[in-house]
Design a protein. Structure first.
Length: 178
């Protein structure tokens, strides 16, 4: 009895390939949900650090303006809120630069336990992550309509076998378990 499939010699059969869950030897690709969680958590951390002082300053300045009826007190509280938000933004930038430079991780990626590396498993440079994964990827979003479509296409690339979004492919990076 012949143990080969009936279409084994068929030149028109679809190609076959072994699909592995690893990017390179010794690296395990981060899951799609972990990557989504990291993006959402990074947004939450940024919003909490930067926008919360602005919201608190805005609400407190309205409250102060209603009680004191002095516009200069209101303006001063808004400046204080903006200064605190600016300082918190700088703290966020410094922490993000330190984590990304040290191990290819944002604050949320560090908390979740994933990191960005080169496709061959080597460390991704801060400049590669900043310029190719972020700045180059952000430029299309400045174009109305096309930017929204590009953002959707970029995110949908996560469903490829390599789990690389478009910005990963541009920067030749992968996201793996840390």
């Amino acid at each position: 009895m012949n143990e080969t499939p009936a279409n084994a010699n068929n030149p028109y059969r679809p190609p076959t390939a072994a699909v592995a869950e690893t990017g390179t030897v010794g690296t395990v690709l981060a899951g799609r949900w972990a990557r989504l969680g990291a993006v959402l958590l990074d947004g939450l951390i940024f919003s909490t650090m930067v926008y919360t002082p602005l919201l608190l300053a805005g609400f407190s300045s309205i409250f102060i303006a209603l009680i004191t009826r002095q516009p200069l007190v209101w303006v001063a509280s808004m400046f204080i809120g903006a200064a605190v938000a600016g300082a918190m933004f700088l703290v966020w930038v410094v922490l993000t630069i330190i984590f990304v430079n040290r191990n290819g991780q944002t604050i949320a990626k560090k908390l979740i336990g994933i990191k960005v590396v080169r496709k061959d498993g080597s460390k991704a440079a801060l400049s590669r992550i900043f310029w190719l994964r972020n700045v180059v990827n952000m430029l299309p979003s400045l174009i109305p309509i096309f930017g929204a479509i590009y953002g959707l296409v970029d995110a949908l690339f996560i469903f490829s076998d390599t789990r690389q979004c478009l910005h990963d492919r541009i920067a030749d990076t992968i996201v793996v378990h840390a």
